[in-house]
Structures are given as structure tokens and as C-alpha cells.
Design a binder for this molecule. Structure first.
Ligand code: ADP
Ligand code: MG
Length: 618
């Protein structure tokens, strides 16, 4: 047998390695930004086109490269950052693998310009798919510029696998923010398709956070500071009342490197114990400094996970220091020496007295009535709201066991021949006049062949989803005018998303009076969205888009309809009047696809008399 093993040619090996390093345009952004930081730049510009699919360019004023290094940097395992394995334990740079540039050059068109400060002239190199196309001497400013065009041009499968511009752009923003937050002393600017998205001059940490996430953020932050033998902790956590529904702004940095850690996240959440509403997520920006030899950054190829020597001590210290800060903030004004005076509340606001609260008395309130308020989601039907009978819910059947016994009898002993088919809508219509809500979660409804049990939350999601989808696509939505327009604040990148979604949102019934850099003024809302829900709906939508929901369902409209349905649907745990239960069941079966929620979960189950009989026969 002849020998068959061969070494792969370099360009093939590089392409394979690239798969690990470069998953999407955002990976290129991360690597180039990190290289610029490692080069000691004080000014870094990120320029992208078409969410990085056509161009990612990073320009820095760092130390630049010599002619030889300019050529060498594209070789695999070529790095100036470590020389021997031991250096891994005293790392002060972001990079160390020497793989990024080789990988990027293997799968894109790269143009690099670089010049060292002391040199007269710089080097200009063009390399495409690992092939050097040209190398010239050029007059250049100090520093390095990397332009990466046509990513994955030679791997069509990869290119086709890229998500929509909105999703890819979102990933780029994430990477940009992580680097910008880790280095407040570096001037960062970011342009997308010619518009300036971020302009972050060198500043204090607090000011950097505020510049990245809009002016509103400042009042939400509480400083955290702790110095111990094993770790120094610095940063900010958000006041409990500003916690959000999504996990958007949660950042850990270890030695100026963004990391993810479920364990440390848990420590932060433990510090908030008892201060947050169920499921609420606080924003936090925590900077840990530890001796480089007590961590191992090498366990994850893209380096967002690291291993600490003494994780449990870190956990305890982090939890205690955040707890302390939150406590301090509750009892006394916090001394924050780093605070920028411009960010403080103007004095005349501080001295203003709060408005005297007014008391509204509901004259018809009867503390002994069991009735609860009708749910507004169901009041847009024609029939007027009817007082529920005293036996209208399941529990009361146990209490009274009188008036309804007749009805129960007929229901149980109705001697129907049981059809094996699933019940059809006719059946529901005939039987819908009596429903029971159990555990504020399910609606039980007798039908000819037995009964159905409807999950109220999922059913309502389905109804709203179909409504919104029709409104968006058929442009039929009506809106309610607001007496006082709502002013809602968003971060820069959230605003970008909102502008993109504006046409679709308008179709659902939102009326945008103004769209500014960091806020919108809304003068009309979809009929089923109340004023207090408006910001929740938009926030949920942004977070859904952030989490990449469109990846599974392709169209943005679909995402909007799903997200709004989820935010607005009546939740498990909500009491529904009989009328509301009835409307819900009717509404569900008027849907095109009543069987599943928009998230593909069953909305109801059927139990045939036959099934019940079987259970009793045991
Ligand atoms: P690593 O960052 O892991 O060392 P890279 O492939 O990202 O590997 O870069 C290879 C080398 O190229 C770096 O070690 C550095 O010496 C040089 N380099 C890359 N980008 C820059 C830059 N913007 N300015 C100066 N030198 C750079
Ligand atoms: Mg690098």
C-alpha cells in the first residue's frame, strides 16, 4: 500500500482554522479592535458597511509594524505577544494565538496599511484568500488600518449562512461595546454605512457607560468598589428599580477583557436577593482585576470564558461588595469621587418638592364582593361587561354545590356517541356558554364529545399574534391617540433598530411623532397597548431581536407580531371573568391556526368522555 497522508497546504489549513476564529463579521470586528488595543492605540475608528458583509475597517494610531512584521503578521501562529508557554500566565494583551490575521486573510480580501512612528514610510499590503496580491511602500500616518472586504468570498456556504443585516449588525454592536467599555481611556468612533453610530471620547468609566447606553443610564448606576488580596473590583450595578425584563446590559471584565460567567452572574443576582421583582434582570458593569497567573484564558477558542483559581472566594467577595453598595445606596448618598459633575442632577431638581399625592376613591368598591376588575384585554367586545355569577369559578363549585348541579348532571351524562375525530369548531360554538377557569391558568369548557382545557396565556398569544400579523401585513391597524405624547429613551443601537422597524411598527398602530438620536416621541399606540405597556412592549421587542429570534422565523414582521403577542397576552395567574373566558375561547377558535401558540406550544387539549370513562373504570 502506498502512503496516503500528506500535510495540508497552508491556505487550506488557514481556511480550516478560520472556521474557529471567524464565525461572522462581528468576529472580525473583535479581532481587529483587540489588535488595535494591543498596539497601544489611543484612537480607534471602526467603519463597517452592510453589517460588515461588504466591509469591516479598523483604523488605529498605535505602534504600527515594520516592513517584515507587516508581512509576517499574516502567517499562522505569528505573534509578537508571547514567546514561550510560560508567557501565557503573565498575559497583558488580548491576543496571543497569532491566528486571527492568518484566518481573516484566508477568507476575505484584506488591505493593510501600517507605519511605525519613527519611520518615514509605511507598508501597504493587499492579500486575498491567503495570496499576497501586492506589497508597496506608501506615505501613511502613524498606526495601522485594516480593511476586510467580501468576507467568506471563497466559502459560499458560510456566506449564505450569515443572518440578516439586523442580526449581524447587532453582533457587531455587542463586540464594539465590549471593547469600548473595557477601555474608557481610548477614543472610539463607529460608523455604519456612512452614519456615525458611536462617538466615545476618552472619559471616566461612568461617563463611558453613559455614552454607550444613553444619558438616562447615569441615574441608574450605583458604584461598586472593593480591594482585596485576590481581586480588585470596580464598576457599577443598576438600582433595583431599574432592573429590566431582558439581560441586555450585563458585563463582566477581567483584566480589561470581556468575559461570560454564569457563576459570577449568580453572585450578582445573589446580592440583589429580595430586591428584584420576579424574573427582573439588573444591568451591571463589573471590572475585576486579578493577577494574570491566577486565571486561565485558554480554555475557550474565542476567549469569552476563563477559569479562575479561586472561584468560590471571588463569588463571596463579589456578592458581598455589591450587597454593600446596594445597601449603602439605600440608606445614605453614595460618595463617588470619580463622578463627573456634569452628570449630577441639577440642584434645582434636588430641592423641588415631590408632588402631593392625590387619593381617588372608588365609590362602588365593595370589599366583600369576590369580583375582580374586568381584564382590559377582553373589553373591546360588543357585549357589555356582565357581573360574574357567584358560582362562575371552579372553586366556588366546591363551596356551593347547588345551583349548578343540574347543569353538571346533564354535562356528565349526556349520552353522546363519541366521535374519534378531534372536535370541530361547531362543537365549541354550541357548548361555549359555560366555561370555568381553574388555577387562574386553564379554561375548562365542556363540548359535545367531552371537554377542552385551554391554556389561557398561550391561547391569548395566538389570538394577538394573528391580529398583529394581519394588521402589519394588511395595514389595517387603528391606533389610539395619546393626550400627552410619550417620550421614551433608548440607547444608540436600540434607536437604530427602532428606525429599521418603524414602518412595521407603524402598521401595528404605533404613531411616531419624532425620532431623535436617543429617544422617540410616540403620539399613538395600537388599540390593545396601554400607555404603561408601551415601553415594555418595545423593550421586549428589542430584546427579542437582540436574542436573534428572526433567525428562526425569517421575517421581521413575524418577530414583531410574536414579540408583541408575548408581551401583551394575559398571563397565567390572571383572573378572567366568565365573559372574558368565553371571548378567549371564541377568539382562539376563530384563529387560522388555533392548535398552537405562536411559539409552537399546544394551546388546548381535549378530553373525551371516553377518556374520562376509562379513568373511572380503573
Ligand atoms: P495575536 O493578536 O494573537 O498576536 P494576530 O493574528 O491578531 O495575532 O496578529 C498577529 C500580530 O500582528 C500581532 O501579534 C501583532 O504583532 C501584529 N499586529 C496585528 N494588528 C496590529 C495592529 N493594529 N498594530 C500593530 N501590530 C499589529
Ligand atoms: Mg490578535
Amino acid at each position: 500500500m502506498p502512503s496516503i497522508i500528506q500535510l495540508l497546504p497552508d491556505h487550506v489549513a488557514n481556511q480550516i482554522a478560520a472556521g474557529e476564529v471567524v464565525q461572522r463579521p462581528a468576529s472580525v470586528v473583535k479581532e481587529l479592535l483587540e489588535n488595535a488595543v494591543d498596539a497601544g492605540a489611543s484612537d480607534i475608528k471602526l467603519i463597517i458597511k452592510d453589517a460588515g458583509k461588504s466591509l469591516v475597517q479598523v483604523i488605529d494610531n498605535g505602534k504600527g509594524m515594520s516592513v517584515t512584521d507587516a508581512r509576517m503578521c499574516f502567517e499562522r501562529h505569528a505573534t509578537s505577544k508571547i514567546r514561550q508557554a510560560e508567557d501565557l500566565f503573565s498575559l497583558h494583551t488580548k491576543g496571543f494565538r497569532g491566528e486571527a490575521l492568518a484566518s481573516i486573510a484566508a477568507i476575505a480580501h484584506v488591505e493593510m496599511k501600517t507605519k511605525q512612528d519613527q519611520e518615514e514610510l509605511g507598508t501597504h499590503i493587499v492579500i486575498e484568500g491567503s495570496k499576497f496580491v501586492s506589497q508597496d511602500v506608501a506615505v501613511l500616518p502613524k498606526g495601522t488600518s485594516f480593511g476586510v472586504k467580501n468576507l467568506f468570498f471563497n466559502i459560499p456556504a458560510r456566506r449564505n449562512f450569515l443572518k440578516s443585516d439586523t442580526v449581524e449588525y447587532r453582533h457587531i454592536i455587542d463586540e464594539f461595546q465590549r471593547v469600548a467599555l473595557a477601555h474608557p481611556k481610548i477614543y472610539f468612533t463607529f460608523f455604519h454605512n456612512g452614519s456615525e453610530m458611536f462617538n466615545l471620547p476618552p472619559s471616566s468609566l461612568r461617563q463611558r457607560i453613559v455614552n454607550v447606553f444613553s444619558g438616562k443610564t447615569n441615574e441608574k448606576l450605583v458604584p461598586v468598589n472593593e480591594e482585596t488580596e485576590i481581586v480588585n473590583i470596580q464598576g457599577f450595578v443598576c438600582k433595583p428599580e431599574f432592573a429590566k425584563k431582558n439581560r441586555g446590559e450585563q458585563f463582566f471584565f477581567v483584566n480589561d477583557r470581556f468575559i461570560k460567567s454564569g457563576y459570577l452572574h449568580h453572585a450578582v443576582m445573589a446580592a440583589y436577593d429580595g430586591l428584584l421583582k420576579d424574573g427582573a434582570q439588573p444591568s451591571y458593569f463589573i471590572y475585576l482585576q486579578v493577577p494574570p497567573n491566577t486565571i486561565d484564558i485558554n480554555i475557550h477558542p474565542t476567549k469569552t470564558e476563563i477559569k479562575f483559581d479561586d472561584e468560590s472566594a471571588l463569588y463571596a467577595i463579589l456578592r458581598a461588595s455589591i450587597k454593600h453598595s446596594l445597601g449603602q445606596f439605600n440608606v445614605a448618598p453614595v460618595l463617588d469621587f470619580e463622578r463627573d459633575a456634569n452628570l449630577d442632577t441639577p440642584y434645582h431638581y434636588k430641592d423641588l418638592e415631590g408632588a402631593t399625592p392625590t387619593i381617588q376613591v372608588d365609590g362602588s368598591f365593595n370589599p366583600f364582593s369576590e369580583e375582580e376588575k374586568p381584564n382590559k384585554h377582553f373589553t373591546n367586545t360588543n357585549s357589555s361587561y356582565r357581573r360574574p355569577e357567584s358560582t362562575s369559578n371552579w372553586e366556588s363549585l366546591y363551596l356551593g354545590l347547588k345551583q349548578d348541579s343540574e347543569e353538571i348532571d346533564t354535562m356528565t351524562f349526556e349520552n353522546e356517541t363519541v366521535t374519534s375525530s378531534l372536535f370541530n369548531n361547531d362543537e365549541v360554538e354550541q357548548a361555549v356558554h359555560k366555561t370555568y377557569q381553574i388555577h387562574k391558568k386553564y379554561i375548562v369548557n365542556p363540548i359535545k364529545s367531552g371537554m377542552i382545557i385551554v391554556d389561557q396565556q398561550r391561547a391569548h398569544q395566538r389570538i394577538l399574534y394573528e391580529q398583529f400579523l394581519t394588521n402589519i401585513t394588511v395595514h389595517l391597524a387603528s391606533s389610539q391617540q395619546l393626550l400627552f405624547p410619550l417620550h421614551l429613551y433608548f440607547s444608540n443601537d436600540e434607536m437604530q433598530l427602532i428606525s429599521e422597524l418603524k414602518p412595521s411598527l407603524t402598521n401595528t398602530g404605533f404613531v411616531f411623532e419624532e425620532t431623535n438620536d436617543d429617544s422617540v416621541v410616540i403620539s399613538g399606540l395600537p388599540v390593545n397597548v396601554s400607555e404603561s405597556e408601551a415601553s415594555i412592549v418595545l423593550e421586549q421587542l428589542l430584546s427579542d431581536l437582540h436574542n436573534g429570534i428572526p433567525e428562526s422565523s425569517f421575517s421581521q414582521n413575524d418577530t414583531i407580531a410574536k414579540s408583541m403577542a408575548r408581551s401583551l397576552a394575559v398571563k397565567t395567574g390572571t383572573y378572567l371573568t366568565e365573559k372574558e373566558q368565553e371571548n378567549l375561547v371564541n377568539g382562539l377558535f376563530a384563529c387560522k391556526d388555533p392548535n398552537v401558540s405562536p411559539f409552537q406550544k399546544p394551546t388546548f387539549i381535549t378530553m373525551r368522555v371516553e377518556d374520562l370513562d376509562k379513568k373511572f373504570a380503573l
